[in-house]
Write a protein that binds this ligand. Structure first.
Ligand code: CDP
Length: 228
């Protein structure tokens, strides 16, 4: 057992509810929550703001990524992301970030740059981390790995509700489904650290589950893993 508890890795496709679920699981266990997607979003936001054209991102060096000024500081049970020292928690959720983040997440120098920071967040354990490659690459030694899946249309409905858009409008659902599945394909087929279920990850399908039910399902698995 690590000093502050086990590591729980939650991976899954866009809109499967990883971050909100990971945050609730962390709160119930009094663990820290690490939303790794937020870091890829912050690098994307910073590159867009600096005017670096997306066609150049693949050639970014580690020094150039470093110069983008993305930072994170523990705040309560989570991390506050900053760009150039300024809070970026809202700016990283903008639609243009959604549209470009998969391209940035495929850049080897970016993943390289983040890997050390993400790993060190888990040094003492007591962590719930969510993303695409947490159970496969970042914490292959996590005591509990969960892979969340959910039907694409239901993920689209949840994402629309989150954004305050009418989630019964079939045209909107169709558009959002296309955006989500486009990102899934990009994330699953890239060469480095693709979205994948670790062989030892427990599959949880949240399509028919209420939020509390999916949190409780993971908490039951966590209790078992904590007991060893
Ligand atoms: O919340 P949502 O599922 O839409 O996405 P996110 O978790 O905020 O992640 C945004 C993007 O970052 C994903 O589409 C991936 O391209 C990338 N990502 C990644 O490559 N590896 C991770 N461990 C986490 C996110």
């Amino acid at each position: 057992m690590r000093a502050d508890g086990i590591i729980i890795a939650i991976d899954g496709p866009a809109g499967s509810g990883k971050s909100s679920t990971a945050s609730a699981v962390a709160a119930a266990l009094q663990y820290r929550h690490l939303d790794s997607g937020a870091f890829y979003r912050a690098v994307t936001r910073a590159a867009l703001d600096s005017g670096i054209p997306p066609e150049r991102w693949a050639e970014l060096t580690r020094d150039e990524v470093d110069a983008l000024g993305v930072g994170a500081a523990p705040q309560g049970p989570a991390y506050r992301i900053t760009i150039g020292g300024v809070d970026a928690m809202e700016a990283i959720r903008a639609p243009e970030v959604n549209a470009h983040v998969s391209r940035m997440a495929a850049v080897p120098a970016v993943r390289d740059w983040l890997f050390g920071a993400l790993r060190s967040a888990g040094e003492r354990g007591g962590l719930v981390a969510d993303g695409r490659d947490i159970g496969t690459v970042v914490f292959p030694d996590a005591e509990l790995k969960v892979f969340l899946v959910c039907a694409p249309e239901e993920r689209a409905r949840r994402r629309l509700r989150e954004q305050g858009i009418d989630a019964t409008d079939t045209t909107e659902i169709h558009r959002e489904t296309e955006r989500l599945t486009g990102r899934d394909t990009a994330d699953s087929t890239r060469a480095v650290a693709p979205l994948a279920r670790a062989a030892d990850a427990v599959l949880v399908d949240t399509t028919g589950l209420e939020f509390d039910e999916q949190v409780n399902a993971i908490l039951r698995l966590a209790e078992h893993a904590i007991r060893g």
